[in-house]
Design a binder for this molecule. Sequence first.
Ligand code: SF4
Length: 281
Amino acid sequence: MQARIDKERYMISLKRNTKGEFVEAKGRRVQKKFIYQANQTEEFRLSRGKFEDFLSCARCFYLDRVCGLVSPGTPGWALNSLTDDLLKKEFDICRDQELPHRLFTKSGFEDIVPFKHVNMDRWRDSLRHGLEFRLEGTAILLTGGIDDLWFNQKTQEVIVLDYKSQASPYPVRTRAYLDGTYHQGYKRQLEFYAFLLTKMEFKVAAVGYFYVCNADKHASGFYGQMNFEETIVPYTLDTTWIPSKLDEMLAVLNGKKPPESNPACENCAYSRERLLTESKL
Ligand code: SF4
């Protein structure tokens, strides 16, 4: 029942200004820099998130990036973001003081340290920078805002990773975590970071990691705190699928018509049925 209530609430997204006041929702982008013109030569930023949108539904991607439609917003994930922020602070202390992270010793990561690089804050700034690579022969600047990077001092390789927070009643196990339906996008996320870093001429380790914080659902009460079990999940990366998908994405961007929609999408089904219903009212 709770899930149903949440779903209905998320479908109503009301636009507000920075003061929190309601403003008219136009449904269209006004800033031209977010709208791609076929075969444009001026640089056009495309984030990992937008690439993931393309993989989920090429039509919605087209309507967004080429036609300039704005899809309804979703609420932020304040608690997940807070976990990320606190982990960043913790890893930054280790980075600055060149200390091993408390979990590295436990996990047998003797040669791994948080990666120290002058651009680390820039790479974490997903809105303005992130990892950046200009796709050869195009105007597309691919970007990806990371949580962090680690470094293997022995192999001199950069390691991709992402912090993940969840509340599962089950302990985190590598195989089950990587096979999870909703974790397939997580794997693509790490692979995209590895792809960008390789293109930026870094030597990237073949294995990336998820730093998973799993809230204890079996606690006897809240008492002003939540406890998390932390698990480092290794994942062997495969970036070979990315170039062909980027080619497909470019073809969509430069195409004259939007591709087919994803038949599994509830939003499209809702829009279709709503139009039909309203036309009969
Ligand atoms: S199926 Fe429709 S609403 Fe859903 S993602 Fe695609 S275009 Fe968007």
